[in-house]
Design a protein around this ligand. Structure first.
Ligand code: WTA
Length: 659
């Protein structure tokens, strides 16, 4: 593998890529070296199926969807085999590996503990203060089992949803795995969210147990998670027990009958390091993850054990090409889907060594990440465009101080990557030898959908083409395919194993949001896209009211609801405007109640209020006080008009605007 590192990348033409995603005249391909192609997992699979090119393999995988996914599922352990690979009789409520019994935790931990991998490192963690904790598969098994026994002793069972609200510390994956091990579902709420966001999610899930910590570190400061949780718990009647991880050690209030320290529970005899993994149905719920949508409250996206396990494992294996000796670093937060799928579950299922870092990329200096790569000999790095752009600003001298030669592959996710950031990442971080896997997917899809593999010729800014077994297209509203270079709707035309199964408590909304819209019968993604002459897909952006701030997905509705919960605010509208580092920043428009007047002071107060209710990522960059908002005759705020006005663009068709 190391021999591949100096291989020169071949540029077929000297033409430059355009600077915006969505371009269609890119003639410059970055081709992988022969060495990379030769050693890739996907090459081995392609040859084992008797194909010479990826194109042939892809076409076969779409025509033989079930055989493709069955090949992958056979590499994993099942307590009982499936009777049917795919059940589409109640579409769009698809079922995968029907009748099979398994548990993703059995595949993530138990099956490795029975092999030489018991002594392999599963997880290496570094805290912001430089402290380190490591877990072999054996110690991971013990720690997860101990927590699982604690949860069991509290009566947590299959069918329960445990809410987890933790900083980026090992207890986050440990508690997720402990829930799944006993067949309970988890609902992780991102540690950067705040009171209202947490309370809403606990409420919707009906959680009786919350797992949190005293606090977490971010840039040397303590984020007071327990204090936020206390406020949220006061608003949630279902909650009975709060388990608290001691991390920062600062003083917190513990309520006598409700709050328990995890370390106290783990010192009890019930916390034995042996806990059998519960066999569950392939279609049993593994987790709920809330995500923002077009309207109203966040949606509880439901994922299950079997299909999700097969989908995440297969994509990691072929896209990031994981080998036994790799050190994989997915720098996302486990509280988002990227972390669920590619920090917690699939790397463990693949038996890999995963690295996790607690803090900010530029703390205490802008080379923190680069020093981590050198010190831990990271071989594959997966991050978001916003982080790349943020670190790029500090200049090349910071990464150049460190030996990054261990890297062999890079990745990005969350939003379109601008070609300038792509090329910087490729040249400065990847030393021009590491292909970049630009992976397009969603909370709802569970795993990568449009992505290169290491053997794909790349174009900066394009996530290239659909993954094996994934049938995506760009179409008109009537479902007919768009011509090359024509903008259209991104859709998925056939089911895939890691797809969401429903929205918790709202199956109706699952159907109307994703399946009933034009074009009917296809999964509508909510993104617009275009295919170029080579069939490469360029994501243009969201068609709905989702704003991607630093790659984090926020709904305008949630930000607006936080704003109107302030006594001065009568009405609010939020939009996303382009931002150099964050991709998008939130810009809010507010109509004040009688008796209040707009001022810089009130603007600051409202920003702080949103930060307190939703979390720092949702804090608007700018708030404008306005007398009215553009609305349709039915009273819907036309955010499109606000956006066009803010950008100084033509406002387009406003025939439905209120007179
Ligand atoms: C956007 C994150 C362009 C897209 C895994 C999608 C991307 C939404 C990419 C899902 C990419 C994600 N290129 N856009 N590589 N990856 N997106 O649910 O708009 O947080 O619909 O999942 O992010 O966001 P989510």
């Amino acid at each position: 593998m190391t021999e591949t590192r100096n291989a020169a990348l071949d540029s077929t033409t000297p033409m430059e890529a355009p600077h915006t995603a969505g371009g269609n005249s890119v003639d410059r391909f970055y081709k992988p070296s022969d060495e990379i192609v030769e050693q890739a997992n996907v090459t081995a699979y392609m040859r084992s199926k008797g194909f010479q090119t990826y194109e042939e393999l892809y076409n076969w995988s779409i025509a033989n969807l079930q055989e493709f996914w069955t090949d992958q599922a056979r590499e994993l352990s099942w307590f009982e085999p499936w009777q049917k690979v795919l059940d589409d009789s109640q579409a769009p409520f698809y079922k995968w590996f029907v009748g099979a019994k398994t548990n993703i935790v059995y595949n993530a931990i138990d099956r490795h503990v029975n092999t030489w991998r018991r002594n392999k490192l599963a997880l290496i963690w570094e805290g912001e203060d430089g402290s380190q904790r490591t877990f072999s598969y054996h110690t991971l098994n013990r720690e997860v089992s101990r927590i699982a026994n604690v949860l069991k002793s509290m009566g947590v069972r299959k069918g329960d949803i445990v809410t987890i609200y933790l900083p980026r510390i090992p207890e986050l994956p440990l508690t997720m795995l402990a829930c799944a091990k006993i067949g309970a579902a988890h609902s992780v709420v991102y540690g950067g969210f705040s009171v209202e966001a947490l309370a809403d999610r606990i409420d919707d899930a009906g959680s009786k147990v919350l797992i949190t910590a005293d606090g977490g570190y971010m840039r040397g400061k303590i984020i007071e998670l327990k204090k936020i949780a206390d406020e949220a718990m006061a608003r949630t009647p279902t909650l009975q027990t709060c388990i608290v991880v001691k991390h920062t050690g600062h003083e917190v209030t513990m309520e006598n009958t409700r709050d328990l320290w995890l370390h106290d529970l783990l010192s009890l005899p019930i916390a034995s390091p042996v806990c059998p993994t519960e066999p569950v149905d392939a279609e049993d719920t593994l987790f709920i993850l809330y995500t923002s949508g077009t309207t109203g409250r966040p949606k509880g996206v439901v994922h299950t054990h079997g299909g999700y396990m097969v989908g995440t494992y297969t994509t990691l294996k072929f896209v990031f090409d994981l080998k036994e000796e790799d050190r994989w670093w997915c720098a996302a937060d486990p509280g988002w889907i990227t972390g669920h799928s590619y920090i917690v579950y699939s790397p463990l299922v693949a038996g890999a060594t995963s690295f996790m870092y607690e803090g900010a990329p530029n703390y205490p200096y802008p080379d923190r990440w680069w020093s981590l790569i050198a010190r831990h000999a990271i071989t594959v790095l997966y991050t978001a465009p916003t982080a790349i752009r943020g670190l790029m600003r500090f200049g090349e001298a910071w990464p150049n101080r460190h030996d990054l030669s261990s890297l062999r592959l890079l990745g990005t996710v969350g939003e379109p990557i601008n070609p300038e950031a792509w090329r910087w990442y490729h040249r400065v971080i990847g030393g021009e030898r590491c292909p970049i896997m630009d992976t397009w997917w969603q909370t709802e899809t569970g795993h990568f959908m449009i992505t290169p593999t290491p053997i794909t010729p790349l174009k900066p800014g394009s996530a290239t083409r659909a993954f094996l077994g994934i049938d995506v297209d760009v179409v008109h509203e009537d479902g007919s395919p768009c011509a090359a270079n024509e903008d259209g709707l991104l859709v998925v035309k056939q089911p895939w194993p890691g797809m969401m199964r429903t929205i918790l408590n709202d199956p109706e909304r699952y159907v109307t949001t994703y399946w009933d819209k034009e074009p009917a019968g296809m999964y509508t993604v909510g993104d617009s896209a275009r295919k170029d002459d080579d069939g490469y897909i360029w994501i243009i952006g969201r068609l709905d009211d989702v704003i991607k701030v630093s790659g984090y997905r926020l709904g305008t509705a949630e930000v607006e609801s936080a704003l109107v919960s302030h006594p001065a605010v009568a009405e609010a509208a939020a939009i996303g405007l382009p931002h150099e580092v964050k991709g998008n920043a939130i810009h809010a428009f507010v109509i004040l109640r009688e008796g209040f007047a707009g001022s810089p002071h009130l603007e600051d107060e409202l920003k702080a209020h949103v930060g307190h209710e939703m979390g720092p990522i949702a804090r608007p960059e700018k708030i404008d006080f306005v007398a009215s908002l553009p609305k349709t005759r039915s009273g819907k705020i036309m955010r499109r008009v606000l956006k066009a006005q803010a950008l100084g663009q033509d406002v387009g068709d406003i025939s439905t605007l209120e007179a």
